[in-house]
Design a binder for this molecule. Structure first.
Ligand SMILES: NC(=O)c1ccc[n+]([C@@H]2O[C@H](COP(=O)([O-])OP(=O)(O)OC[C@H]3O[C@@H](n4cnc5c(N)ncnc54)[C@H](O)[C@@H]3O)[C@@H](O)[C@H]2O)c1
Length: 426
């Protein structure tokens, strides 16, 4: 007889699905709830759509009955623990879009039963768990810390990172009351060996925003320095390598074509939005956001100068983009700077195509883009090959050998650059 508590996971995406698998692995039954019936159907048939989750592992938990994906929130009545892992994007105005989290909480409130522990995993602004989620969950008369427990525990997973699995990343937990923190620690102790508690939900919410703002600001700094270094004819990549030999007080960040993914370009603006409410300034966030958002424009500007040096206007030039996912070895295109680069090239009337081993097709700018077959003749036909994502799959030597010009925005050609005179680096 299995005495592990049943877990409900709401939102079965990049965060919720791996979390569900982790609970299943240590013997919990997991009820996975998602509003997307197609996703639920795929999961029931044992097909994973998240790279970090093997279909064979998913199928095993489906077949054993340990994992039950559903669109029906009513099933959550059977769970003792409920983790919320729904999206928290930005609106076009760069204000937080809390609609998914609020909707999930509203629906959970309808089925909430005494004794349950609810843990919010979605990234939110400081205060959101207490100010937004708590009133919704309490509206049917249950009292927090007594009848049910509510905590915030940020997800810190790095999709595609094989060095740190989700289990190895310590979990930060802050409850609405000390009992809530205790219950949340209890809920997660079976899957996370390292847990760090803070005194309230707000510290836990802010910790996540500090982590991602730290990345955004440092990437903004190195992007700015890359532009400066280029103007001074200094190799920024060698500079970073040299600075990294310092054994303390420095950690390397790398320039690139812009920020991507669901977290780093988004999360700092959750903090700056909330800061405005208390009349506090977030100058670093705004500045880093501007520098990082300008990188695609810089990439296209550098590319057009490269073409110009060879007597070619960008209009009509053949440009092949390598990699459209936002980072190496994943298929995730959310907020990918490649979209901005493709958009700008399209606008300039370049004859643009792309290849990505992880992204065979996507819709953008009222058209369907298909990954081309990366043959030597196709590479040779291009006026420029632009490396936007440094997938490990690519044979950069072969690419440089056949291309007339390569523009490398990721330092992917570091080990071969000295052998070629047709590679320009960001
Ligand atoms: N992706 C990451 O690497 C990552 C890392 C750390 C934190 N986070 C945070 O975790 C949260 C989830 O991100 P994600 O990347 O897993 O998102 P995702 O888009 O991959 O998955 C979210 C899932 O939630 C479902 N959903 C939406 N509304 C729902 C509702 N009301 N009820 C049930 N299901 C609903 C969607 O259909 C989708 O399947 C976000 O706040 C994000 O910022 C993401």
């Amino acid at each position: 007889m299995n005495d592990q508590p049943t877990v409900g996971v709401v939102g079965l995406g990049y965060v919720g699905l791996p979390l569900s698998m982790l609970f299943c692995e240590v013997g919990h039954h997991v009820i996975g709830v998602d509003v997307n019936p197609d996703a639920v159907q795929r999961l029931i048939s044992g097909q994973s759509y998240i790279e970090d989750v093997e279909s064979s592992v998913l199928k095993q938990h489906i077949d054993s009955g340990a994992f039950r994906p559903t669109t029906d929130y009513d099933n959550l009545k059977d769970a003792q623990i409920i983790s919320i892992c729904v999206p928290t994007p930005l609106r076009k105005s760069k204000d937080p879009d809390m609609a998914y989290v609020a909707n999930a909480a509203e629906t959970i409130a309808e089925v909430l039963v005494a004794g349950q522990t609810v843990i919010l995993e979605s990234t939110v602004y400081p205060g959101a768990t207490e100010e937004l989620i708590l009133p919704i969950l309490s509206k049917n008369g249950l009292e927090v810390g007594k009848d049910f427990y509510l905590a915030f525990s940020p997800e810190r997973v790095d999709p595609g990172n094989t060095q740190f699995s989700i289990r190895e990343i310590p979990k930060v937990i802050g409850g609405i009351t000390p009992q809530c923190t205790e219950k949340a620690v209890e809920a997660y102790q079976s899957i996370f060996p390292k847990v760090s508690t803070v005194k309230s939900t707000k510290e836990a919410e802010m910790a996540k925003l500090l982590e991602n703002t730290f990345r955004s600001v440092n990437i903004g700094l190195i992007n700015e320095l890359a532009l400066v270094a280029h103007k001074m004819d200094i190799d920024i990549w060698e500079v970073i390598e040299a600075a990294s030999t310092k054994p303390f007080g420095f950690m390397p960040f790398y320039p690139g074509p812009g920020l991507g993914g669901h977290c780093i370009p988004v999360d700092p603006f959750y903090l700056s939005w909330k800061a405005k409410m208390v009349a506090a300034e977030t100058g670093f966030i705004e500045l880093a956001g501007r520098v990082n958002a300008n990188m695609p424009l810089h990439v296209v500007d550098r590319l057009s100068r490269l073409l110009n040096d060879r007597g070619k206007p960008i209009n009509g030039s053949k440009v092949l983009v390598l990699g459209v996912a936002y980072k190496r070895d994943v298929s995730d295109m959310r907020e990918s700077p490649a979209l901005d680069v493709l958009g700008l090239l399209h606008q300039s009337k370049a004859d643009v195509s792309y290849h990505d081993p992880f992204v065979s097709q996507f819709d953008y700018l009222d058209q369907t883009w298909n990954s081309v077959k990366l043959s030597e003749s196709l590479i040779a036909e291009q006026d420029c090959v632009v490396i936007l994502t440094d997938h490990t799959h690519y044979d950069y030597e072969r690419i440089a050998k056949h291309a007339s010009q390569v523009f490398d925005t990721r330092n992917a050609t570091k080990n071969i650059r000295s052998q070629f005179d047709n590679i320009e680096v960001l």
